[in-house]
Design a protein around this ligand. Structure first.
Ligand code: AP5
Length: 215
């Protein structure tokens, strides 16, 4: 089984996909996480991408597709998080693997702003926190590796507005592209209740998720 998680910035795609991975053992492909990892390691592709990311723009399709293809060795068992984000990315993915379900997480503009402005990320391991909803017990340091927590450059209010308008123009058309595979989830509740709804609506059970993963 291959799943896509789609939705505006801050909808909780990363949070929810990480939960399903813990529970069902999917392979996580988050283009945002991969890009931030490349930036941390001063990789050339990462540094090229950073210019777009810091302004809230999409990284060009060519760079994203080159990057994603190097990460895909199997035909199934993937959760795509934040990919595809354009029709061209979606049609390129169709040529690589079949997509079973597309989970669309939606929520209001006010909640999005609160989630994104309060997010903090560990500069060493990338673990995410939220100053109000998921604070670190070590305050400004990561509970896992004691790294310093920082605010993402693109989580500043004016960049968030750019990201939201880019989402409306370039990514929202994917709802129509995937309309036959779409599962709609209202994402304003707590993390566990949204996770339970994902599991129910996707129809996941440990047996099913595993048996649909190819070797
Ligand atoms: P990316 O990292 O993918 O950013 P995004 O899609 O804007 O998504 P976010 O990570 O901001 O939000 P999310 O929906 O994952 O929410 P999260 O779970 O983190 O991409 C960054 C940039 O990289 C893009 O702008 C672009 O430049 C580039 N890029 C990436 N992929 C690309 C592609 N395919 N093509 C071109 N360019 C690409 O949650 C957010 C916060 O809310 C966290 O603090 C979390 O703790 C909190 N939270 C989550 N759920 C809840 C809840 N239920 N209750 C309370 N708090 C919650």
């Amino acid at each position: 089984m291959n799943l896509i998680f789609l939705g505006p910035p801050g909808a909780g795609k990363g949070t929810q996909t990480k939960k399903l991975i813990e529970e069902f053992g999917f392979i996580h492909l988050s283009t945002g996480d991969i890009l931030r990892q490349l930036i941390r390691s001063r990789d050339t592709l990462g540094l090229q991408a950073q210019i777009y990311m810091d302004q809230g723009k999409l990284v060009p399709d060519g760079l994203i597709l080159e990057m994603i293809q190097t990460k895909m060795e199997k035909k199934c068992g993937y959760i795509f998080d934040g990919f595809p984000r354009t029709i061209d990315q979606a049609s390129a993915l169709d040529k690589i693997v079949p997509v079973d379900h597309v989970v669309y997480l939606f929520l209001s503009h006010d909640v999005i702003l609160k989630r994104l402005t309060g997010r903090r990320v560990c500069e060493k391991c990338g673990k995410e926190y939220h100053i109000e909803f998921m604070p670190s017990s070590l305050k400004d340091s990561c509970e896992l590796c004691k790294g310093r927590l920082y605010q993402r450059e693109d989580d500043r209010p004016f960049v968030i507005e750019n990201r939201l308008s880019v989402y409306e123009k370039q990514t929202k058309p994917l709802l129509e592209y995937y309309h036959e595979k779409l599962i709609r989830i209202e994402a304003c509740g707590n993390v566990l209740s949204i996770d339970q709804e994902n599991i129910k609506k996707i129809g996941l059970s440990t047996h099913k998720a595993m048996s649909q993963c190819c070797s």
